[in-house]
Design a protein around this ligand. Structure first.
Ligand SMILES: [Zn+2]
Length: 468
C-alpha cells in the first residue's frame, strides 16, 4: 500500500479561490481513501507573509521524507499548492526521479501527475515556464511504458492481483469465480459493503492474506484487468495479454458506478435498514417523497418530512413493516404475470443501446490515446491537445452517464421466467438488492391518509404506480 504525504499550504491566493487548509486536507484524505493509500503524515506551511521563495519548513521536511523513502506518494489540493515557481517544480521532479517510484496526485486536475511526461509538461505549462527539453530522456522511458500499455502487456510490480496466477497471465479458478460472483451481485444492486462483509464471513482472503475492505473490493471490481483489458492512468487502452474474468460491458458498468454520486453500490454507506427509500413512497397529500424516520420509541416508519431539504407537509406517516411486506408481495405477484415477462424482454432490448454506447466509448478512448501519443511526440501542442480532448471527454462522460442508467433488467435477470425462485430467495436477499428489484417494476406508491378511528393496517391507503 502507498504511504502518502498530504501537503497543504495557506497562501494569499491571488486568484481569489481562497481555500481553507482544513478543506485542502479533508479533500486530500478523501482522495487517499479513494486511491486506497495510507496517509502517513500531513505537512502544512503558512505562506501568508512570504512574498516569494521564502522558507517553507514543512515543504522541506516533505522533500526529505520523499528522499528518505519514508513516503512514496504525495497528495496536494492543486499543483499550485505544491510548487510556487518553475524552479521548485523542476527540483521536485529531480527529487522524485532520484527517489524512484513516487506518485503525485492532486484533488483538482487529478490527471496532473508528475510521473508521466505529459503530466509534467502540463504542470510546467501551468507554471508558465516550460523546461520540457530536460525531460526528453525520461519521456522516452515513460513512452516505453505507454507503448507496453497500448500493447496490452504487463506493467509488473505490486502484489499478485486476485484471480490471477503469480505470473499474472493465467486464472486462479476459485478466485475468478469469486470475482464473477461479486461483480454480478454489485451489478444487481447489492452494496459493496454487504458483498465485502459476506466474503469476509466466508473466509475469502485477499492475495495479501487480509480481509476485504470497501476499498480493496471496489478497486478490484473497477480494475479493467478483470475484463482482460489493459489500463493506463485510469483509461482502458488495449485488450490485454491475460484472460478476462468478466465481460467488457460489465466492467464498464462497474467502472461507471464510481462516478455516480447517488449510486448505492459503490458509495460505501452503512447498510440501509429501510426497504422503500429513494422516493418509492410518496405523500398522498402533497406528493413529496416520504423518508425513513424512526419514532422516538425506535419503531421504523416513513414520514412526509417538513422543513429545509425535505419540503413535505409533515402530515403523513406510516409504520414500515406492513407497507414493506405489502409492496414486496405486490412486486412478486406482478413478476409472475405474462405482461411483465413481455415488458422485461422489451427492457432487455435496451442492452442493444448499451452495446453501441460501449463501442462508442472504446473508439473515443482510442482517440484520446492517439492524441496523448501525438502530444508526447510533439506533433501537436498542449493547447491543441486540450482543445481536441475536451469534446471527446465530454462525449465519453455523457455515454457513461447514459450507461449507468440503462441496465434495467439486471436485478432480475437470473430469475427471468422463474419468478417462484425469486419468491423463495426474497427474504434472504440484501435490502439493496430488494430495493433494486422493486425499483425496476414499481415507480412509486402513493400513501393516502388513514381513516380516522381505524387503527388496523389499511391496505387501501396504498396506491402503486407501476413502471412495468
Ligand atoms: Zn405531505
Amino acid at each position: 500500500m502507498r504511504r502518502a504525504a498530504i501537503y497543504a499550504r495557506i497562501s494569499s491566493d491571488p486568484e481569489g479561490t481562497r481555500l481553507g487548509v482544513d478543506r485542502q486536507i479533508a479533500d486530500c484524505r478523501r482522495l487517499a481513501a479513494d486511491l486506497g493509500w495510507e496517509v502517513h503524515d500531513t505537512y502544512v506551511d503558512n505562506d501568508l507573509s512570504a512574498s516569494s521563495g521564502r522558507l517553507r519548513p514543512e515543504y522541506v521536511r516533505l522533500c526529505d521524507d520523499v528522499k528518505a523513502g519514508v513516503v512514496d506518494a504525495v497528495l496536494g489540493w492543486h499543483t499550485d499548492r505544491l510548487h510556487r515557481q518553475p524552479r521548485e517544480l523542476e527540483d521536485f521532479i529531480d527529487l522524485i526521479d532520484a527517489a524512484g517510484d513516487v506518485l503525485i496526485r492532486t484533488v483538482m486536475a487529478g490527471e496532473v501527475d508528475l510521473e508521466t511526461a505529459d503530466g509534467r509538461a502540463f504542470a510546467r505549462m501551468r507554471g508558465a515556464m516550460a523546461r520540457s527539453e530536460a525531460d526528453k530522456q525520461s519521456a522516452r522511458i515513460r513512452r516505453k511504458h505507454a507503448e507496453l500499455a497500448a500493447a496490452g502487456k504487463l506493467a509488473g510490480g505490486g502484489t499478485r492481483p486476485f484471480g490471477y496466477t503469480p505470473d499474472r497471465l493465467h486464472l486462479v479458478a476459485e478466485e475468478a469465480a469469486i470475482i464473477r460472483e461479486a461483480a454480478a451481485r454489485v451489478l444487481a444492486g447489492e452494496s459493496l459493503r454487504s458483498v465485502a462483509g459476506d466474503l469476509n464471513e466466508r473466509g475469502v482472503r485477499t492475495t495479501t492474506g487480509g480481509g476485504w475492505s470497501l476499498q480493496s473490493l471496489g478497486r478490484m471490481l473497477r480494475s479493467a484487468r478483470i475484463s482482460g483489458r489493459r489500463e493506463h492512468h485510469g483509461q482502458v487502452v488495449a485488450p490485454a495479454v491475460w484472460p478476462a474474468i468478466i465481460s467488457a460491458a460489465d466492467s464498464d458498468r462497474l467502472r461507471s458506478l464510481r462516478s455516480r454520486a447517488a449510486g448505492p453500490a459503490l458509495a460505501g454507506r452503512t447498510p440501509r435498514r429501510y426497504l422503500l427509500t429513494g422516493g418509492l413512497l410518496r405523500c398522498g397529500r402533497c406528493g413529496t417523497p416520504m423518508v425513513s424516520r424512526p419514532r422516538t420509541d425506535g419503531a421504523r416508519r416513513y414520514v412526509c418530512a417538513p422543513g429545509p431539504g425535505f419540503g413535505g407537509c409533515g402530515r403523513m406517516a406510516t409504520v414500515a413493516e406492513p407497507v414493506e411486506a405489502l409492496v414486496a408481495e405486490a412486486v412478486l405477484q406482478r413478476l409472475d404475470t405474462p405482461q411483465l415477462a413481455a415488458a422485461l424482454s422489451d427492457a432487455r432490448r435496451a442492452s442493444t443501446e448499451a452495446e453501441a454506447l460501449h463501442e462508442q466509448v472504446a473508439a473515443d478512448e482510442a482517440l484520446l490515446d492517439q492524441l496523448a501519443a501525438d502530444v508526447g511526440a510533439r506533433r501537436i501542442s498542449h493547447r491543441e491537445w486540450m482543445a481536441a480532448r475536451q469534446p471527446i471527454q465530454a462525449r465519453i462522460d455523457a455515454a457513461q452517464r447514459r450507461l449507468s442508467r440503462i441496465s434495467p433488467t439486471q436485478p432480475v435477470d437470473e430469475y427471468a421466467g422463474r419468478s417462484h425462485l425469486l419468491r423463495d430467495a426474497w427474504a434472504g436477499l440484501p435490502l439493496t438488492r430488494q430495493n433494486a428489484i422493486i425499483r425496476l417494476i414499481l415507480d412509486h406508491v402513493v400513501v393516502t391518509p388513514a381513516v380516522k378511528g381505524r387503527n388496523t393496517f389499511d391496505l387501501n391507503r396504498f396506491r402503486p404506480v407501476w413502471r412495468l
